[in-house]
Every structure is written in structure tokens, then in C-alpha cells.
Design a protein around this ligand. Sequence first.
Ligand code: CMC
Length: 425
Amino acid sequence: MANQATLKYNDQSYELPVVVGTENELALDISTLRDKSGFITLDSGYKNTGATKSAITFLDGELGVLRYRGYPIDQLAEKSTFTEVIYLLLYGSLPTSTELSAFEAKLAANVEVPAQLAKMLDAFPADAHPMAVISSLTTSLSAYYGAEGDFSKEGVDKVAIQLLAKLPTLSSWALRGLAGKQLNVANPSLDYTSNLLSLFFAEDSNYKPDPTIVQALNTLLILHADHEQNCSASTVRMVGSSRANLFASVSAGISALWGPLHGGANQEVIEMLEAIKADGGDTMKYINKAKDKNDGFRLMGFGHRVYKNFDPRARIIKAACDNILSKLGVSDPVLKIAKELEEAALNDPYFVERKLYPNVDFYSGIIYRALGIPVNMFTVMFALGRLPGWISQWKEMIEGKEPIGRPRQVYVGALERDYVAIGDR
Ligand code: CMC
């Protein structure tokens, strides 16, 4: 395979090194292109831009493949635990049982959150969106644990553990604090997922999380744990590239995730399904709305920038959805509407031609709701799952001493003109 590509423009040729990934992905290294030729590249939305080399997650959008550190997502979802996957993403290999126990002990030792931070909740109206609350609380942690940023191996590890250990509590504050309920304290004797459920739902010391719910949540957290250079992970890396501390970088990632085209879609899906139900359940009406270019409506939970055949996470979640609802004895009428929508879309040329399939957000909300999680907390659940991915991406960027992220542009604005005094305009 040639290791150079040639770009020709007029009578000039420019050699561009070819970079080959471990899965034979091909890239042109254009890092010196501007110096050599004066050209920059233009790629709105970074649809075809590799921002980094990464060893964390591999994704093949055509084949519907997703692997964390080489391990297929379906194997991890079936056999692993969330803390094991956190370890895998952060450190690159599956832990031995001794390593896992030591890691879980470190998390357990750091669950406590500064009590003063809870005063911030008083500043939020009761109807504040929980994503606003957790992004504010996350960046506020830097006031206590390393605003200046210690980028040594130990310093990075320390803040990673702090954030992983504390975000469950901060998330539960968003749920309980805004609802005027008493805040729960983390229980370090519980596993990560059971502790999360206890923080959310315990009304007294007798609370015991249902094993079916623990298992379902464990799977969902694993499925969301990383997804290579998506909008929020790229945001975390971009903010971190200025050497902003981890808490500030992840807070920015939480904000990026909140948008309805990204993680916010899980809330939008349930709201859409509820709206269709309230409107008489006419799914074809909404399929037609989604196809109508004069209508701003999109089928939420459908389509993906990278997956063009199927989203492997969506397949696992759809199967889990039936299983969990039946185990919990929950019958949710919107599940029927979701299945009808999917069926109609998968047989409609508009969706087929554009390769639009259900994504991770299409069925996850139905499960979250069956687990008792309020709709406006769905994207927080996504953030809790994605946290190890964000931290691993930030860590990789710091360890690789990547330069500050600073894209260029093609300027299309006014040419130079003289200032005109206000009275003369
Ligand atoms: N409903 C109707 N049409 C759609 C949809 C949809 N959900 N998604 C894409 N299209 C159409 C779009 O109008 C365009 O049509 P045309 O070529 O005629 O102009 C074509 O498909 C390509 O869409 P695009 O917006 O250029 O594709 P993109 O790669 O920029 O966007 C996306 C990907 C996920 C933002 C988009 O599919 C979307 O808005 N989906 C709904 C929101 C959603 O479910 N987001 C969650 C994504 S997965 C989890 C995550 O990343 O957080």
C-alpha cells in the first residue's frame, strides 16, 4: 500500500502521508498542507475529519461494529459490569479481580461530596433542567479538587476517580434536590449501580435496589460508556486541549450532550412518542411529517452520523426493553408506538435511502421510565454512562500532549472598510 498520496492543483503536486489505523482505516495527514501549499481543508460538522488518533473505541458504521479497547460491545453488555468497563476504558485492559477490587475501593473512598456545594441547589428554580444542574455542579468540583490542573499520571488519576465517584451523588441532587426531597448520602458498601439507585430512590435505610433494575441499568451504562469522537467527547477533548481541568472539560461535555441532536434525543424520543399517543397514535402522520422538508419535525432517536446500517447499541437495547418490561411487569403503550414507527420507517424509501435507523436513544427512554427514572433525568443517565468515556478521552489527550484545538476557517465576510461615525450611517 502506498504510504503517500498526491494532491494536484494547477501544475503543483503535494505529497501527503497516508496514516493507517490498526483496523486499516485510512487517513491523509494534512497537518503540513497549509505550510506546503497554502490550502486548508473545509469540512463543516467534521463529517470527514479525524481530529486525533485514539486507542480507546473502534467503530465501523457500515458494519455496525462497536468495540471498547477491542472488546465487542455485545460481549461487554452481556458479561461485564460498569466498573469493569470504566477500568477498561481508563487503563486499556480488563482488570484482574485484585485490580478491580482496588479500583472499586478507590471509588468508594471518594464518594463524599463537599456539603457546601448543596447550597447551589437553592439557586435553581424547581423546574430547572437537571442537565443545567449537573453541568454547574461538575465544574464547581474544580473549586475543591484541582482547578489548576495537575497533569502528572497521579494527578490525572486522582481527578478521574474524584469525578467518577461523585457524579452519581451530584446527579441524585438534581433529581431529589429540585423536587424538594431530602438528599441521600452515597453508600460506599454498595456496587456503583446499586449506589446510584439508592442515591436516587432510597427514602429510608431499608431501601434495597431490585436486582432486575440493577442489571438493566448496568447494561445501559455500559452501552453508553464511550463512542469515540462524538460531539460531547470532542468537546471534552477540545476544552481540555487548552489545559482546562477535568471538571471544567467534562462540564462542557455535559452541555454538549444535552442538545436534542445528541444525548438530549433520549428525552425527546419519549416526549415524541407521548405526543403521538395523545394525537391518537397515528404513526404514519409522524413518518410523513419527518419526511416533509417544510416541516421542522425529525423522527427523534433515528439516524446517526456514523452508523449507516444499524446501531449495535440500539439492537441490544431493543431486545433488553422487551425483557426488562416483562420482568418488571410493566406495560408501556408507547413501546407499541415505537415499534410501529420503526417498522414503518425501515420500510419507507425516505429512511432507507438516507440510511436512517433507530439509534441508542430510540428505546433507552422506555427502559429508563420502566426503572422509575423521570423523563427529564434521561440525559443525565446518558451522562453518567458516558462519563468514563469522556474521562478516558481527556486522559488520552493529556497523555498524548496533544496541542490546543484550534480549527481554521474560510472567511466569507466583508472586505476591509473604514469606520463610519454613527451620525453618518
Ligand atoms: N428524521 C428525519 N430525517 C432525518 C433524520 C431524522 N431523525 N435524521 C436525518 N434525516 C435526514 C436529513 O433531513 C437529511 O436529509 P436530506 O439529505 O434530504 O437533506 C439526511 O437525513 C441526512 O441528515 P443529516 O442531518 O445531514 O445527518 P447528520 O449526520 O448531520 O445528523 C443526526 C445525524 C443524528 C444528528 C440526525 O440523524 C438526527 O437529527 N437524528 C435525530 C436526533 C437523534 O436521534 N440524535 C441522537 C443521535 S445517537 C446518540 C447520540 O449521539 O447522542
